[in-house]
Design a protein around this ligand. Structure first.
Ligand code: FAD
Length: 413
């Protein structure tokens, strides 16, 4: 919008910053708030930024909230290898806020069935990109380097990357939120932060929360994770996938024995799909018996001495899964002012240092073409149409409500 005043042309966009509402304070939402807050203030790009979430950061319902998340660069898709390498630079940069939350423990990426091609392609890409020290390793060598792995790991293909590690995810989310708040971002939780609906009328002008509050904004960034489709029709681009987390508490005398171990992940396990059901709303929900049995079998293959220990905590953690495990980061094709940022597909956390940059590039129309095409609306079709190349979670997905031990949840996507 321009106007003339005594012959002087002034562009309003330069003078007036845009107001932003972000729905969801998980990986995409916090990273977006943190990046945009660097341009927040009078006479700057953004006049106000508000993050709405049911819970204060680190949101207990977020897939991003956890004690740890793996940070690695192995991907079968070279574009994600580049993106992960650039995120890794931030995690390992001693001057960044990310570095003190990152622990370089190394990791073993394992598969024994349909995810083997993902591992092979990842190794190939690592070689091409000059990632040093990534190599296939035999079970016997695993046992000799880390004597805590006494299990058979029978027929496992194992790729070792000593540069990978884990991040204390809750802690870094909290620090990013605190830093954003110090720059002027508002974080609103409870019913006043729980978004009930978007204000849509060819353009998205704001949101209404459960307590009836209306927030208007120039741009609404929808970053509601597995819950995204409850606020806008995603037209079959993703579904909610439940990943199971079970904890075993070590006894004090065991801590020393296990503390030097590397991360180990077998990505062959079958995740479950359903409508996302949060324990915050359904406190009696438990992990289905069948999944617990499989997880115990996995522990038995790696560390049999821990296999019969009781879980100290269990959780089904919901993320959005797209057909090709690509994110969706784009403007909504029909609702002006609405930006969609979702499709974490079980692997978005490592990009926490950079996700918000991509959202700011979408807002400014500067997202590199290759990413624009990859993450545009509709580039991922139905999740049942799994997928052209070599997905990480290649095993067929399973409907959770078909499994005994899961509280009855008849609705399906
Ligand atoms: C068990 C598990 C392990 C994982 N491990 C890794 C890993 O090791 N490495 C890795 O890179 N990635 C990992 N991921 C993937 C990564 O955590 C997710 O891809 C990422 O967190 C997705 O971010 P998000 O912002 O889309 O969703 P989330 O992080 O789930 O955040 C969504 C937020 O939106 C809020 N919200 C939802 N609905 C509303 C509403 N109506 N109103 C207001 N707020 C709302 C929620 O409360 C939540 O805080 C893992 C995921 C899971 C589930």
């Amino acid at each position: 919008m321009c106007w003339d005043y005594w012959g002087v042309s002034i562009t309003a966009a330069v003078v007036m910053g845009k107001s932003i509402v972000i729905i969801g304070g998980g990986a995409f939402g916090i990273s977006t708030a943190w990046h945009l807050s660097q341009s927040l203030g009078e006479g700057r790009k953004y006049s106000s930024i508000c993050v709405l979430d049911r819970f204060p950061p680190p949101s207990q319902a977020a897939a991003a909230s956890d004690i740890n998340k793996m940070i690695r660069t192995q991907y079968s898709d070279p574009v994600y290898v580049d993106l992960a390498m650039s995120a890794m630079k931030a995690w390992t940069d001693p001057t960044s806020i990310f570095n003190k939350h990152f622990h370089q423990s190394g990791w073993l990426l394992c598969a024994s069935g349909s995810s083997v091609p993902f591992i092979e392609e990842s190794a190939h890409n690592a070689l091409r990109k000059g990632v040093r020290d990534v190599r296939f390793i035999k079970t016997a060598e695993v046992r000799s380097i880390w004597p805590v792995f006494t299990g058979s790991m029978k027929d496992w293909k194992i790729l070792s990357d000593p540069a990978a590690g884990w991040a204390a995810s809750n802690n870094i989310l909290l620090e990013m939120a605190e830093e954003s708040a110090a720059r002027g971002v508002s974080f609103i939780s409870g019913n006043a932060g729980h978004v009930q609906s978007l204000l849509l009328n060819e353009s998205c002008t704001g949101v209404r929360t459960v307590d009836g509050t209306i927030y208007h904004a120039d741009h609404v960034v929808l970053a509601a994770g597995a819950n995204t489709a409850s606020l806008i029709d995603m037209e079959g681009q993703h579904c909610a996938l439940g990943h199971t987390v079970c904890f075993i508490k070590l006894r004090p005398e065991e801590v020393e024995r296990y503390q030097q171990m590397t991360l180990i992940a077998n990505i062959e396990e079958v995740p479950g799909v359903s409508l996302p059901r949060y324990r915050e709303d359904n406190p009696r929900d438990d992990v289905p018996d069948e999944i617990q049995r499989r997880l115990r079998g996995w522990v038995r293959e790696v560390m049999p001495e821990l296999a019969e220990r009781p879980w100290s905590e269990t959780r089904i953690c919901w993320d959005t899964e797209t057909a090709n495990e690509d994110f969706v980061i784009c403007r909504h094709p029909r609702q002006k002012g609405l930006i969609i940022t979702t499709g974490g597909s079980g692997h978005a956390f490592k990009f926490l240092p950079t996700l918000g940059t991509f959202v700011s590039q979408v807002l400014e129309g500067t997202l590199p073409r290759v990413l624009e095409e990859k993450w545009q609306w509709g580039s991922s079709t139905s999740v049942t149409n799994k997928h052209k190349a070599k997905p990480m979670f290649a095993a067929p997905i399973q409907e959770l409500s078909d499994l005994p031990g899961w509280q009855s949840c008849s609705a399906k996507l």
